[in-house]
Design a protein around this ligand. Structure first.
Ligand SMILES: [Zn+2]
Length: 200
């Protein structure tokens, strides 16, 4: 049995690096792309490039934005003294979708993960501490995923923030162990936020 041409193999390889795409789907997508009209391929590529070029991280919360400061940080109606810390931008959107949360966010862009060599320096933890040190934050809500890496990340952040004497809470009570926050339905997520427990 002969394999795909080298260039198709390369495309499959790249597609497979995307989240949630296994080898079979990657093959199907790659073969679909190469059989598409050239103009459709161009549109896809330029949509990707434009999205990438016009987006950057908000300098305050590290959410993705196409403005100088993201809409959430720029919103004076929100409570800027409550900061919900999430692992990824998609977790922020999951919480936003629940519609109940009126504070602001801080996106870490990952979690401490020794197995995959992700350490504190790779995350926006230093920036979170700097934010709290400025003195305008009353409460930090830790919304890390309820799993080992989420737990150690929460623990580490708690230790760093303790000296500032602010309220530190963690959601995820009631969230089943091992569930990812961005897969939890809005009602459960709202409950988890409301039921947040203070870490003492
Ligand atoms: Zn922001």
């Amino acid at each position: 049995m002969s394999g795909f041409p080298k260039k198709v193999e390369r495309l499959i390889e790249e597609i497979q690096k995307l989240p949630g795409i296994g080898p079979k789907s990657a093959e199907r997508i790659a073969l679909h792309i190469v059989s598409m009209e050239k103009s459709r391929v161009d549109r896809l590529v330029s949509a990707i490039n434009e999205a990438k070029e016009n987006l950057h991280l908000c300098p305050i919360c590290f959410n993705l934005t196409d403005k100088e400061i993201c809409d959430i940080c720029a919103d004076s109606e929100r409570d800027h003294s409550i900061v919900c810390v999430v692992e990824e931008v998609r977790d922020l959107y999951a919480i936003e979708k629940s519609g109940e949360y009126k504070g602001v966010y801080h996106v870490l862009h990952g979690r401490i993960d020794p197995m995959n060599h992700v350490s504190v320096e790779d995350l926006r933890i230093k920036e979170l501490v700097e934010r709290v040190a400025k003195g305008n934050v009353k409460e930090v809500i830790l919304a890390m995923n309820p799993n080992f890496n989420g737990d150690i990340t929460s623990l580490y952040i708690t230790k760093l923030l303790k000296p500032y004497g602010i309220k530190i809470t963690r959601i995820a009570t009631g969230l089943p162990k091992g569930t990812e926050i961005d897969f939890v339905d809005s009602v459960t997520l709202t409950m988890a936020l409301k039921d947040r427990k203070e870490i003492t």
